[in-house]
Design a protein around this ligand. Structure first.
Ligand SMILES: Cc1ncc(C[n+]2csc(CCOP(=O)(O)OP(=O)(O)O)c2C)c(N)n1
Ligand SMILES: [Mg+2]
Length: 900
């Protein structure tokens, strides 16, 4: 294997000297073995690094702790007291899950995740995590979702929760404690949703980067905040977990610390039974440029390693597979003596003086407080790189032999009285929990410290010294933001005059105007995943500048152009590269800034609409849980408006998916003034009304004349539907055509054609948000259902389209699936005919695509006539005549068919 290719390419200036070195190494291997040789080579590498020789970084080191015992710092806490506190937390965490499952069988909850990570959290809570006292932002701590019981148990001991609260674990309907970290359900407690695995780690990276962004742009001093993220070793298989690892190294995010709980198990079984997860991760993180601290072994192993003259223990450590380590966790000390130490007489001798119990209790690093303290301290002192702590633990630790290390441990939620008794002994809690309290017919008790006891005082003092309890979420508006002036909107509301433009171009103009606004300009955060040129947004690069942690250290190829690619340390645009997931994580960081920093921002995340809800839907769901406030813009929207490209690009369903997220307001504007009105309203809702909403707007790339905003149109635009044009006078029949987005073209053409040729006067309505109309109709319907004796209320959509001025039929045309307008069909009194773009997209011209999907002018005309025929207004023969007139093959295959 070639390790360093250059040695084969550069001339060897002194072959004799080279030979002497190589022969020396050969001699060491011959005389003292490979272990000694490796020791020497490592020493040489270490010296070379000290002399700054520039040797290549190794990606893996032996299976021992990164920090040697002599470099461990003095531990400032009271270890005994902290162990005692932790025993209380452990007990209560288990009891709350057990009680919840006794009361409501199947309600779930987890015992073993927290049991394995209790010390990982405690060392943070007692010595590192900064709270939010006196309005400070504190640290951002991303907690593993399944460890929630342990966090509640601590909050209980700190006096932030009561026994009644713990008894309501997972019974959220009555306001009980949420199953996992959900700010949506516990907005004063949880800050960061993590339980959809992989999203917490990704979000933590972009959160740390966002803090630097805020700092470098001089909006806020974020130097006091550290981002901590706790991750399961099974969770690393989610692509989101490791997918963005190089960003924090590139940006030198030394404000970021990850702690990976390597209990070697996931839900079904071992994470890497046939390998070594810690070694695998070390290589990945080192390769990505992280500072890696392995905490593999507890202190009692130090003396054994110090005696390992032949390297046999190290060799055993290096070669034992994780699957076997898991087994050792479930077996006796004698088993380990025979199988781990036993085969090699030198190893067996090393533990001769230890009893079987001593051997069984040789702890893993992740359960050793001092080792963890040393690792956390080193992480906080690291400069210029993020740190990952790989802590080896046992899943279910202290829960007793029936639970610890068992493959089923993740799912265990119940414990017998006998198992509880074993745990009580294991945690040395006999003095607190009376034997009489543990009986089959009794609920196991919660335990708490006596008021004013040393334990209680210690626990509270530690948090006081660290600025208060965590987790804690609050909304403090430290730097309020006023509404933008009218000016940025006026230009867009005025229409495009004689120039044909798209809603995307109009949005770019609006964004630029907002950037120049004296009130909000600085707080606008444009986020783009390498698509700015596609949307015509590259013009913003020069003016906004692209955020780059270290500025622009090269001369861009287009430096001489007016609109060059400009990067700056205080740049405003987050040009994320090709990562919609990363962009969403950036969006979440900025969109929740009003809470975690007390500084509201206005994020505008513009993306290829196909790669939004479909690609990163779970992150959008998590943004909603996070109570995000911001704008998502699905550009190149519409299955036929985006011509060319094909089925993986042409979006006809993001509005359907958007309709599934409760806090997403989904908009489909046809005209620039609608878009501007919606954006202004969104800003008002976010900044003034303080609603935790995400506005999703489709943006299209079809150019047409943008009319000026009609007088008094605002209310109609915002309610989701308004009449855009009256029916022409003269024709005998009346229909209504609802359009949204670019379908306005077909609708307008159809209006003219219907009047001219088919004796139909069609009103035109712009449907800006079917989702909003539906929500309103559902609320009304529910009210009627629950107030049966009162006068029924009429849904808005019924009121608008029905009543005395009702037309005979309604056609709804969209560049999205028919199910988008169908959202309101139930409440439209007259025949309702949706035309949409169901099926796979395909590459062709707009004209041919609209013909193919049956959403062009001709189809709108036919649909209108057919709607009227349902009412007996026109004869079926007239519809047939129109079909023939327009050359439509009535027996052509339905474009929805997947086997076309
Ligand atoms: C995206 C996603 N997929 C699956 C799950 C279900 N799940 C919950 S916990 C778990 C295993 C966790 O293992 P690990 O990450 O090692 O955490 P540990 O409990 O061992 O600390 C799984 C598969 C989930 N929560 N999120
Ligand atoms: Mg695990």
């Amino acid at each position: 294997m070639i390790i360093d290719g250059f040695v084969h390419q550069l001339p060897d200036t002194d072959p004799t000297e080279t030979d002497e070195w190589l022969q020396s190494l050969d001699a060491v291997v011959d005389a003292h073995g490979k272990a000694r040789a490796r020791f020497l080579v490592s020493k040489l590498l270490e010296r070379a690094r000290e002399l700054q020789v520039g040797t290549p970084a190794t990606v893996s080191t032996p299976y021992v702790n990164t920090i040697p015992p002599e470099e461990e710092p003095w531990f400032p806490g009271d270890e005994e007291l902290e162990r005692r506190i932790r025993a209380y937390i452990r007990w209560n965490a288990a009891v709350m899950v057990i009680k919840a499952n006794k009361k409501a069988d199947g309600i779930g909850g987890h015992l073993s995740t927290f049991a394995s990570s209790a010390a990982l959290y405690d060392v943070g809570f007692n010595h590192f995590f900064r709270g939010k006292a006196d309005g400070q932002a504190g640290d951002a701590v991303y907690i593993q979702g399944h460890a929630a019981p342990g966090i509640y148990a601590r909050a209980f001991l700190e006096g932030r929760m009561t026994e009644a609260d713990l008894d309501q674990f997972r019974q959220e309907v009555g306001g009980g404690l949420s199953s996992y970290p959900h700010p949506r359900l516990m907005p004063e407690f949880w800050e960061y949703p993590t339980v959809s695995m992989g999203l917490g780690p990704l979000n933590s990276i972009y959160h740390a980067r966002y803090l630097r962004y805020m700092h470098n742009r001089r909006i806020d001093d974020t130097s006091g905040t550290r981002v901590w993220c706790f991750i399961g070793d099974g969770e690393i298989d989610e692509p989101e977990t490791l997918g963005a690892l190089t960003l924090p190294a590139r940006d030198q995010l030394d404000n970021l610390t990850w702690v990976i709980n390597c209990n070697l198990q996931r839900l079904d079984g071992p994470v890497r039974g046939n390998g070594k997860v810690i070694q695998e991760l070390e290589a990945v993180f080192r390769g990505a440029g992280w500072n890696v601290i392995k905490v593999v072994w507890g202190s009692k192993w130090d003396e054994l390693l110090a005696k390992d003259r032949d390297g046999v223990l190290l060799n055993k450590m290096n070669t034992t597979l994780d699957g076997d380590f898991q087994r050792y966790a479930t077996e006796s000390g004698e088993f380990a003596r025979e199988n781990f130490f036993g085969p090699d007489p030198r190893l067996r001798k090393m533990v001769e003086h230890l009893s079987d119990d001593d051997i069984r209790n040789l702890p893993r690093g992740g359960h050793d407080y001092r080792k963890l303290y040393a690792a956390y301290k080193a992480a906080t002192e690291q400069n210029g790189a993020p740190t990952v702590i790989l802590a080896k633990t046992i899943k279910g630790w202290t829960l007793g032999p029936d639970v610890e290390g068992r493959n089923a441990t993740h799912q265990i939620k119940k414990m017998t009285v006998e198992q509880l008794r074993v745990m009580r002994e294991r945690l040395h809690l006999q003095d607190v929990i009376d034997e009489s309290a543990l009986a089959d017919d009794k609920e196991p008790p919660y335990i708490h410290f006596v008021e004013g006891s040393v334990e209680q005082r210690y626990m509270l003092d530690r948090r006081k010294a660290l600025d208060g309890s965590l987790p804690s979420r609050s909304v403090r508006n430290r730097k309020p933001l006023a509404m933008p002036e009218d000016k940025p909107f006026d230009e867009v509301l005025a229409g495009s005059g004689k120039q044909e433009v798209s809603t995307t171009m109009a949005f770019t103009r609006l964004l630029r105007n907002l950037h120049r606004d004296p009130n909000v300009g600085q707080r606008v955060v444009p986020i783009i995943p390498d698509e700015a040129r596609t949307f015509g947004m590259d013009a913003l690069f020069k003016e906004f500048k692209i955020y780059a942690a270290h500025g622009q250290r090269y001369t861009p190829v287009d430096a001489q152009l007016l609109l060059s690619y400009s990067e700056a340390q205080d740049g405003q645009v987050l040009e994320e590269g090709i990562t919609e997931a990363g962009s969403m994580a950036s969006f979440i960081a900025a969109a929740t800034s009003y809470a975690h920093r007390g500084i509201p921002m206005l994020p505008f995340f513009t993306f290829y609409s196909m790669f939004g809800f479909q690609r990163v839907g779970d992150l959008i769901w998590s943004a909603a849980d996070s109570r995000a406030r911001g704008f998502m813009l699905g550009a190149t929207a519409g299955r036929t408006t985006l011509l060319g490209e094909g089925l993986q690009h042409q979006d006809g369903h993001s509005l359907v998916l958007a309709s599934t997220v409760p806090t997403v307001e989904a908009w489909d504007p046809a005209f620039a003034y609608e878009m501007a009105t919606i954006v202004r309203h969104g800003i008002h809702e976010m900044l003034v009304d303080e609603r935790d909403v995400v506005y999703y707007l489709t943006l299209y790339n079809e150019n047409y004349l943008m009319p000026p905003v009609p007088e008094g149109a605002e209310e109609g635009i915002l309610q989701g539907l308004y009449k855009w044009a009256d029916a022409p006078e003269g024709p005998s029949h009346r229909a209504a055509i609802l359009f949204s987005g670019t379908a306005q073209g077909a609708a307008r053409d159809a209006q003219a054609e219907l009047a001219e040729r088919w004796d139909v006067g069609a009103e035109l309505w712009s449907a800006t948000s079917y989702k909003r109309l539906r929500e309103q109709a559902l609320s009304t319907e529910r009210w009627n259902r629950l107030h049966p004796t009162e006068a029924p209320r009429t849904p808005l959509v019924t009121e608008l389209l029905g009543g005395e001025h009702a037309t005979a039929a309604v056609v709804a045309v969209t560049d999205f699936m028919k199910s988008v307008p169908d959202q309101v069909a139930r409440w439209v009194p007259q025949p309702f005919v949706p035309l949409g773009t169901d099926g796979f997209g395909r590459s062709d011209t707009r004209e041919r695509l609209r013909e193919f999907f049956e959403v062009d002018m001709r189809q709108v005309v036919v649909a209108t006539l057919w709607g009227l025929a349902q009412q007996g207004e026109v004869k079926p023969e007239t519809v047939a005549e129109a079909i023939a007139h327009y050359g439509i093959d009535p027996d052509r295959t339905d474009p929805r068919a997947f086997d076309l």
